[in-house]
Design a protein around this ligand. Structure first.
Ligand code: ATP
Length: 584
């Protein structure tokens, strides 16, 4: 869906989302009908009010009419409440549903989609676009329905009292409105001209003043003055024209209104002479006409609101219509052995002409550690992203336990993978909930505790007020880098997945913290297939194999010792790159 989607299609889809709140909508609709009827009844009562109370001075109605008026407004109050409550509740509910559905959709979109739109823009869709949709789905609908009903009901009253005078009004009113809007448009146009003029006036003055030394040296005072003079002259002319137009416009409108009233009075007088109209019905007619004006005005203005809401809804529906991550695999997988194989894998990101990975082939056996090294931008992150299918290979195959990863259901595949990255995402919740996160939520507290202990995290958790239940604040702001990493390791230990993906932190932790993290990792790594983007010497030294990437290609492969002996890129990187915490 896009700009070409007809507004009505979008609006209908929006209304479709409001359908499940039909009880509220029905109450609101009933309220609208009563509101319009109350307005009509009140104007209808103008006639008995004038004719009976004042002209005939009928004692019978001296009490009834005032009481009826109060009753009418009580009813109208209840109706307005029902309308406003029903529409607001429906509108807010539609927005709530949209927000819920859009967030759920965002989380089902492929990772690539997140490269196309910054997260801030996504959040703004959730906040602002949905808000504008409420206005279109409830406020505008309320105006359109209530005011149309009111106009129809008031027209009914007018026709009831005098079809002839009503017809005259119906002919005159658009005529007057048309002429006034033509005059108003001219006024606005000239006014815009003045604003443009003021801007260029300011620009010329600013230029001349800030370049005053040049103006003086080149003797350009007269020409600068002349330039400014022509602009101020034009400003004077336009200013006078605006005032003249405004004065003329308001006089013209007033004269037109007076002529209108005069014509109406003539016709009404004629009708009165024939006994077809009383003072009361004339007052009722005028009241109805006046009461109609605000409704007419709102209805003509509502279009902009609808347009904005429809545009926002169109953008939101476009998101809802996007394709989910491909998940067509059917092969069941409870717990993988962890045999990983890459066969001639290539990846080219959309919009890039050079592949990020090309012809990558290797295998990693269960229980082994594969270290991936290479310069920045060589494709290390791209490689590990393929395993949980955050991105798809554009060539070759990634296999798990001998089957392409696409054959498995996404959820099953991802259950097999634990990840500890450089950026540890923590959520504003308790320590316990952060370790037992996602599918692990609700794990037995002693298992969570054991995981924390194995991750060397228990020592600091127990010092926090509240221990496991301590809340960690927004994105764990209260925790140090090393503590956050240990929480991430605890999370991975609890998940106990057969495949572990590690992205070692490049930033150095202090020695003590580094030791605790390393120690925790040593407990996490055994019995799994580990792929690690390595930045530490000890990691590559102990790895079963090291893959050396350069510009997307696998250029060397072997153990640390073999590669060092070869004296190639690895030996070079080894000298430049790897760090070890100072002993101590
Ligand atoms: P670093 O060590 O700096 O993290 P890396 O070795 O992990 O680098 P990758 O992040 O895999 O390298 O990037 C490999 C290439 O692919 C780079 O040229 C990068 O610009 C490009 N690239 C990475 N991610 C994307 C993406 N989401 N969209 C487009 N291009 C990308």
């Amino acid at each position: 869906m896009s700009a070409e989607t007809p507004a009505w299609t979008v609006y209908r889809r929006l209304l479709g989302r409001a359908r499940r709140y039909w009880v509220l909508l029905a109450a609101a609709g009933l309220g609208m009908v009563f509101e319009a009827l109350a307005a009509a009844a009140f104007t209808w009562m103008m006639k008995p009010m004038v004719d009976e109370t004042f002209v005939a001075q009928n004692a019978d109605v001296r009490w009834t009419i005032p009481l009826v008026i109060v009753g009418l407004f009580v009813m109208r109050g209840i109706a307005t409440y029902a309308t406003d409550y029903g529409m607001a509740r429906t509108g807010r509910s539609v927005v709530r549903d949209l927000r819920r559905d859009i967030l759920a959709k965002y989380l089902r979109l492929p990772s690539q989609r997140f490269d196309r739109e910054p997260v801030a823009a996504m959040v703004s869709r959730l906040n602002y676009d949905t808000e504008q949709v409420t206005q279109a789905s409830s406020d505008a609908l309320k105006v359109i329905l209530t005011d149309s009903l009111t106009i129809v009901a008031l027209l009914g009253v007018m026709l009831w009292y005098s079809p002839r005078v009503t017809l005259v009004m119906l002919v005159l009113a658009p005529l007057i409105a048309g002429i006034s809007s033509v005059v108003g448009r001219r006024y606005r146009r000239i006014n815009r001209g003045i604003q443009d003029g003021v801007a260029s006036m300011a620009q010329v003055a600013e230029q001349a003043l800030s370049a005053q030394q040049e103006v003086k040296i080149y003797g350009a005072q007269a020409s600068e003055q002349a330039r400014y003079q022509s602009l101020v002259d034009r400003n004077l002319g336009l200013g006078v024209k605006v005032e003249a137009t405004r004065a003329m416009a308001s006089s013209v409108v007033q004269v037109l209104a007076a002529i209108g009233l005069a014509v109406i009075l003539l016709v009404a007088g004629h009708e009165a002479a024939r006994g077809r109209m009383t003072a009361g019905s004339f007052v009722a007619l005028l009241t109805a006409m006046m009461a109609m004006l605000p409704s007419l005005k709102r209805i003509t203005n509502v279009q902009a609101l609808v347009q904005r809401g429809v545009a926002a809804a169109d953008r939101l529906f476009a998101i809802l219509d996007e394709a989910d991550e491909a998940d067509n695999g059917t092969r069941p997988l409870v717990r993988a052995r962890g045999q990983i194989e890459f066969r001639g894998v290539g990846v080219t990101y959309p919009g890039q002409d050079r592949p990020a990975l090309e012809g990558i082939s290797f295998s990693a056996a269960p229980g082994t550690v594969t270290a991936i090294v290479g310069r920045s931008g060589s494709g290390k992150s791209t490689l590990i992203r393929l395993l949980p299918r955050f991105y798809e290979a554009s060539a070759g195959q990634v296999l798990l336990d001998g089957h392409p990863v696409e054959d498995y259901r996404l959820a099953h595949l991802r259950q097999q993978v634990a990840m500890v990255g450089q950026r540890v995402m923590l959520f504003d919740d308790s320590i316990e909930a952060n370790i037992a996160y996602g599918a692990q939520a609700g794990s037995a507290p002693d298992r969570v505790r054991a995981a924390a202990e194995a991750a060397n995290a228990l020592e600091f958790i127990e010092r926090l007020p509240g221990g496991m239940q301590a809340r960690i604040g927004e994105n764990g702001g209260l925790l140090s880098g090393g503590q956050r990493q240990r929480l991430a390791i605890a999370r991975a230990i609890l998940k106990d997945a057969p495949i572990l993906i590690l992205d070692e932190a490049t930033a150095a932790l202090d020695t003590e913290s580094e030791r605790l993290v390393q120690d925790a990792l040593q407990r996490l790594i055994p019995d799994r297939t580990t792929l690690v983007i390595a930045h530490r010497l000890s990691t590559v030294e102990h790895a079963d194999q090291v893959l050396v990437l350069d510009a997307g290609r696998l250029v060397e492969q072997g153990t640390h010792a073999e590669l060092l002996a070869r004296g190639g890129l690895y030996a070079h990187l080894h000298r430049m790159q790897f760090r070890e915490p100072e002993a101590g």
